[in-house]
Design a protein around this ligand. Structure first.
Ligand SMILES: NC(=O)c1ccc[n+]([C@@H]2O[C@H](COP(=O)([O-])OP(=O)(O)OC[C@H]3O[C@@H](n4cnc5c(N)ncnc54)[C@H](O)[C@@H]3O)[C@@H](O)[C@H]2O)c1
Ligand SMILES: [Zn+2]
Length: 422
């Protein structure tokens, strides 16, 4: 049973979160309460959809002056973002709407930041570098995966950096999130698979992230590690994704599966937005840069290997994951292994690659992947696995070979400490 007396909880969230079929009809009113000049950042694919045209009509009825920007590109190069900020300056919006997948939502967040605090954006890279509030944002996701509608982070690509960079600050949390599963029905299977896999990674990594009491008197880090509030949300997200990700990919019209995924992705975003993620994300950064593959494809492929590496020291939390997935049986260790096997099975069933070689990584890339993963300190220190070159190398090597059995046991910060005490 959870020891609540010796634990802590922290969540930072939008002021309002709406979820459900039809809640998209609340977007216009929500926007109007925040201002009467809006910039709507919309994925180009979605700008001709009925739902989007309806939104524009509703904004007009409420006398909100609207500028639409559809220049959303995946991977968000910083030059594209800064051009979008320049265009937005002329519109002088009081409120920004992000309508689309994670790329559209992150672009909307970065425009909200740039309008409030100027460019260049590289001043804000990293954690807690945003100096104050940004233009209020209403986030409307059309994929189930990133959770960006509730998180304090936006990701972009800078040619001066080998890896994508994150800007993380509680000020980037959207003011309102409107999550209507009807908007996700048209997403193609490959997007549903990679985004949905990422949602499962968010939930499991939030649940298995480091647990260290924050120093409440200091400015808290953006990501504080696993805690009571994030964990409840993460477990429910894991349960729902286990029930529905395969179906959502197999049949995009399965509205029950779509709804569960939209809800689970929201919960996972709420969980990792405060707890943070860890090694699958740290290793995906260089893998994504090398192979130009979707974020969720890499994190989803890597997750079973990272879980296998956790087994030696974190069996109990992996067994909790097994319970959420409905595969707990036998001892704690057996349940934990079942959780890992089930996650690997889900990833394979939705068509994700099962090893790094299939993603286009070559053996000679492995040392650089390890080095760059270790450089993402925020993520590697949020894992209970000690972030040494040897530990990272073993995970990356196993993921390259497609061989999880090579991974036990790995050293952890906790096991090292107890050895030193002996
Ligand atoms: N800010 C965060 O918290 C966070 C978290 C994880 C990932 N990310 C970022 O999010 C991005 C990935 O986002 P994504 O997976 O949502 O993909 P995406 O936004 O890049 O969209 C992928 C494709 O799906 C299409 N699409 C989106 N919604 C659709 C719909 N309803 N119907 C049909 N097509 C649709 C888009 O047009 C695009 O072609 C990455 O850049 C990643 O780094 C951000
Ligand atoms: Zn992710």
């Amino acid at each position: 049973m959870t020891d609540i007396a010796n634990s802590f909880g922290l969540l930072r969230l939008p002021d309002s979160i709406a979820f459900g079929d039809g809640c998209r009809s609340s977007i216009a009113r929500t926007v109007a309460t925040l201002g009467n000049r809006a910039l709507v950042v919309c994925d180009p694919f979605l700008s001709s959809t009925e739902a989007f045209i309806q939104l524009l009509k509703e904004l007009e009825v409420l006398e909100v002056a609207v500028t639409v920007d559809t220049q959303v590109v995946p991977e968000l190069p910083v030059s594209v973002v800064e051009e979008a900020i320049d265009r937005a300056l002329q519109a002088r919006p009081q409120v920004i709407v992000g309508f689309g997948g994670g790329s559209a939502l992150d672009l909307a967040k970065l425009i909200a930041l740039g309008l409030a605090h100027g460019t260049p954006l590289n001043r804000f890279y990293g954690e807690n570098q945003v100096p104050g509030p940004v233009i209020p944002l209403v986030a409307v996701p059309t994929t189930s995966g990133t959770g960006s509608e509730v998180t304090p982070v936006a990701v972009l690509a800078d040619p001066d950096r080998e890896l994508k960079v994150g800007i993380s600050s509680p000020y980037l949390i959207p003011r309102a999130a409107v999550v209507d599963p009807r908007l996700m029905v048209g997403a193609p299977p490959a997007v549903t698979a990679s985004a949905g896999a990422d949602a499962l990674v968010h939930a499991i990594e939030a649940y298995t992230s480091n647990n260290h009491s924050p120093n409440w008197q200091d400015t808290l880090p953006v990501f504080v590690g696993e805690n009571l509030l994030s964990s409840s949300l993460a477990l429910e997200a894991i349960r729902l994704i286990g029930l529905s990700l395969r179906n959502a990919v197999r049949d995009g019209q399965d509205f029950e599966a779509r709804s569960r995924m939209a809800y689970a992705s929201l919960l996972a975003g709420m969980a990792f937005g405060t707890a943070g993620t860890h090694l699958s994300h740290a290793i995906q950064y260089p893998v994504g840069a090398l192979t130009h593959t979707a974020h969720g494809l890499g994190t989803g492929m890597l997750l079973p290997y990272v879980m296998q590496a956790l087994l030696a020291t974190d069996a109990q939390r992996l067994a909790d994951v097994a319970t959420a997935l409905g595969v707990a049986a036998g001892t704690t260790e057996e349940s934990a292994q079942n959780a890992i096997d089930e996650v690997a099975a889900i990833m394979a069933d939705i068509g994700l690659p099962t090893d790094l070689a299939t993603m286009g990584v070559t053996e000679s890339d492995l040392p650089r992947i390890v080095e760059l993963s270790l450089s993402v300190r925020r993520l590697v220190t949020n894992s209970v696995i000690e972030p040494t070159e040897e530990n990272l190398h073993r995970i990356v090597r196993a993921a390259f070979d497609g061989d999880r059995t090579a991974l036990n046991p790995l050293r952890t910060a906790a096991s090292n400490e107890s050895e030193t005490k002996k």
